[in-house]
Ligand binder design. Structure first.
Ligand code: C5P
Length: 240
């Protein structure tokens, strides 16, 4: 399983900034976009319905983490928005992840596709030292990532958000159809920004990423559509 389109991280503050950004793309080009907390909490759920009405697929990246019942009820609401992918923190536990999945199934209107549910293992902003210090997890970071990934699979979720550099380790402990969605992607020409461990789209594909998320290399480009096409071409260099 692999998605041909890079998922564009729409890290903007307002709908008009998003609209301005989309002007650079052909109207009939169906994109796959990521809406995170920054945009969602400043615009509300209407941003999702609007992007869906333009023909785009949406990954709603809100990383839910609460008691199982609360996450289940929240997911019922998310399911009504018609997003393709959404997520939780694996640290919420197997019961919470199962409740999230049940909420999505219960909230999806009849005849519509249930959103794919994935989990965040350790945030890529968490260093091994910070994990030891703040979470009192004593194993190496990659062991914690693998553990959370196998718990995510056990809960019946579709995959995880992770660094491309963790894909191989995760795939070694999860079922064949379990997918890895990877941010931290930079084309060769791009500036790294605050992402520390980055890989190119081609390398992500070679390593086994199933979806890539790309933000600033597209959103901050002089010509976003050109940059999108270049990244897409690089992502598709190795055929499935
Ligand atoms: O601009 P850039 O390509 O770095 O954007 C990456 C996107 O992926 C941002 O929206 C960021 O919040 C998100 N993300 C990430 N690392 C994670 C999870 C999400 O960079 N582990």
């Amino acid at each position: 399983m692999s998605e041909n389109r890079p998922i564009i991280a729409l890290d903007f503050a307002t709908q008009s900034e998003v609209a301005q950004f989309l002007v650079g793309f052909p109207k009939d080009e169906a994109l796959f976009v990521k809406i995170g907390m920054e945009l969602f909490y400043q615009t509300g759920p209407e941003i999702v319905t609007w992007l869906k009405s333009l023909g785009h697929d949406v990954f709603l990246d809100l990383k839910l983490h609460d008691i199982p019942n609360t996450v289940c009820q929240a997911m019922k609401g998310i399911a009504k928005l018609g997003v393709s992918i959404t997520n939780v923190h694996a640290a919420g536990g197997v019961e919470m992840m199962q409740a999230a999945k049940a909420g999505l199934e219960a909230g999806t209107p009849i005849g519509k596709q249930v959103p794919k549910l994935i989990a965040v293992t350790q945030l890529t902003s968490t260093s091994e030292a910070a994990m030891h210090r703040d979470q009192l997890i004593e194993v190496p970071l990659i062991e914690s990532v693998k553990h959370y990934a196998s718990k995510t699979a056990e809960a019946g979720l579709a995959g995880v958000v992770c660094s491309a550099l963790e894909v191989e380790a995760i795939k070694s402990v999860t079922p064949a159809n379990f997918f890895c969605l990877t941010p931290g992607i930079r084309p060769k020409s791009a500036t790294i920004g605050d992402q520390k461990r980055v890989v190119t789209p081609a390398k992500a594909k070679a390593i086994g990423s199933d979806y890539i998320v790309v933000g600033r290399p597209i959103t901050q480009a002089d010509n976003p559509y050109k940059s999108y096409l270049e990244i897409q071409a690089e992502w598709q260099t190795i055929k499935d």
